[in-house]
Design a protein around this ligand. Structure first.
Ligand SMILES: [Zn+2]
Ligand SMILES: [Zn+2]
Length: 162
């Protein structure tokens, strides 16, 4: 009997093919890759051509790619810090986490890259106006730049209050 699962549409070439035209993939829900075999080998060929154009062996090409990614991350420290801030906010129980890098940059510009509380320019951290612990959200509306000293003061005041 022909079941629905015996064919599958490849999103790359848009053709509906037999499941046997897809490579197996252990971690995919349906047990095969999303791309058909043909598209996959085309992708591999493209990648191989890129490597050959660069005049590299696979051994040279792959570590090189890792190094590029590393250098990219090093050049974007804000992304990394924001990832960390989001992770921390979620861990503290924030449920709305929509703040983007662009929004945080905008916030920094609005405050002329200085502390929202005292105007200090150094050691800026991200402060939630309504603390996450008090039900605040990790959003553009609820974050301001704050210097390290003010951050400590605010944190101290909050723990004393409770
Ligand atoms: Zn395909
Ligand atoms: Zn301050």
């Amino acid at each position: 009997m022909d079941t629905l699962e015996s064919t599958k549409r490849c999103p790359q070439c848009g053709l509906t093919k037999n499941r046997s035209d897809f490579n197996h993939h252990r971690y995919h829900a349906d047990g095969v890759k999303s791309e058909c075999r043909n598209c996959q080998s085309l992708r591999a060929a493209r990648y191989n051509e890129k490597r050959r154009n660069a005049g590299m062996t696979w051994g040279e090409f792959l570590p090189n790619r890792a190094r590029h990614q590393k250098r990219y991350k090093a050049g974007h420290p804000l992304n990394k810090r924001l990832d960390l801030a989001r992770w921390r906010a979620r861990k503290r129980g924030a449920t709305v986490l929509t703040l983007t890098v662009e929004e945080w940059r905008k916030r920094l510009r609005e405050y002329k890259e200085s502390c929202a509380f005292c105007g200090e320019h150094t050691y800026l951290t991200m402060e939630h106006v309504v603390a996450i612990a008090d039900g605040g959200e990790h959003t553009y509306e609820n974050v301001v730049p704050c210097c390290f000293a003010c951050n400590l003061k605010r944190n101290g005041a909050r723990t004393k209050k409770t």
